[in-house]
Ligand binder design. Structure first.
Ligand code: ADP
Ligand code: MP5
Length: 310
């Protein structure tokens, strides 16, 4: 008997709204046991980032090894990595020991809601070339999607452009893409989920067949009117990883298998939908919070723990 296990590899937010603090709250809220490997120590709060102190890549590696040498990880969420060195180190570890990471959800964190940079620009190539093809799901926001496509000035302005860019991002090699539309001014918050039909566990992870026609699904929710959007991306990707871990664990119980497995396409889509619903509730339930002494200056967090599933 064991709980579903979800691991985050991400940076810290000492004010508790984003980063590993948000990830652990979201894992707990959706019913997964959470563990966390730290990549970076930004000094930040709801108003911005004061300073960033990186963790050496060898220390990131030994943290991850400590976890996966011991715990059966059903799903991994990757967030802020900070430097090219850390990106390459994490990618190398996942390549060597893919089966120890379960379903991999990669949130390619580049810039904070406050506008502060969280990834050095020379890390883009490693993120795109080394890490993206290893992920089951990537969850870029619109500026991150444009930067990953090598066109930072071509941020999608409409749902139609989002659909095109989601397909282009899928062609970079991840198994699925959730392109998030939180930055658009539409009445609904629309995200595009792009998947390759017919994907099966054990299939090559070195890029998708160019001739396979992607399937696009719109995940839409009413836009919540609030300034409290700090950590939405972290919370969403962790909730998805948490739901993926639950699903993998459920399948194991059904089959009596001891080891985690990567979830199938239907379960991945269900985890994305459940994660989006979870985030929308967390946004609604924290919309009126005035947590900071200066609530009108920055962006407060969502209410990660408003729904605790049992
Ligand atoms: N005001 C809002 N109301 C409802 N959903 C939102 C709102 N802002 C963002 N979202 C949703 O939050 C998630 C994170 O989106 P986004 O803000 O684009 O990413 P990031 O936090 O990485 O910048 C997406 O599912 C997006 O649709
Ligand atoms: C350590 C860390 N990771 C990620 C974010 C991005 O937060 P957001 O979800 O608001 O874009 C952040 N501010 N800090």
């Amino acid at each position: 008997m064991r709980p579903p296990v979800a691991m985050t590899i991400a940076g810290s937010d000492p004010s508790g709204g984003a980063g590993i603090q948000a990830d652990l709250k979201a894992f707990s809220a959706v019913g997964a046991y959470g563990c966390a490997c730290l990549t970076s120590l930004p000094s930040q709060n709801t108003r911005g980032v004061r300073d960033v102190h990186g963790v050496p890549s060898e220390v990131v590696a030994t943290q991850i090894e400590s976890v996966i040498d011991d715990l059966p990880v059903d799903a991994t969420k990757i967030g802020m990595l900070g430097t090219a060195d850390v990106v390459r180190t994490v990618a190398a570890l996942i390549s060597e020991r893919r089966e120890h990471f379960g379903t991999v959800v990669l949130d390619p964190v580049m810039v904070a809601t406050s506008g502060d940079p969280l990834l050095s620009e020379d890390a883009d190539a490693a993120l795109r070339g080394d890490l993206l093809p290893l992920a089951d799901l990537i969850t870029p926001n619109l500026p991150e999607g444009a930067r990953l496509l090598g066109r930072p000035d071509r941020v999608a302005q409409s749902v139609e452009e989002m659909r095109t860019q989601a397909k282009e991002l899928l062609a970079l090699g991840p198994r699925a893409v959730l392109l998030k539309g939180g930055h658009m001014r539409t009445g609904e918050a629309v995200d595009i989920l792009a998947t390759v039909p017919g994907w099966a566990p054990g299939a090559t992870s070195s890029g998708n067949e160019p001739e396979a026609d992607p399937v696009l699904v719109e995940l839409s929710s009413p836009r919540v009117r609030t300034r409290n959007t700090h950590g939405t991306g972290c919370t969403l990707s962790s909730a998805i990883a948490g739901f993926a871990a639950r699903d993998s664990r459920q399948e194991m119980r059904d089959s009596d298998s001891a080891e985690p497995r990567v979830i199938d396409d239907d379960a991945l889509e269900a985890a994305a939908r459940d994660g989006k619903n979870f985030l929308t509730r967390a946004l609604k339930d924290g919309a009126e919070w005035r947590l900071s002494r200066y609530p009108d200056q920055g962006h407060g967090p969502v209410n990660h723990l408003s729904q605790v599933l049992r």
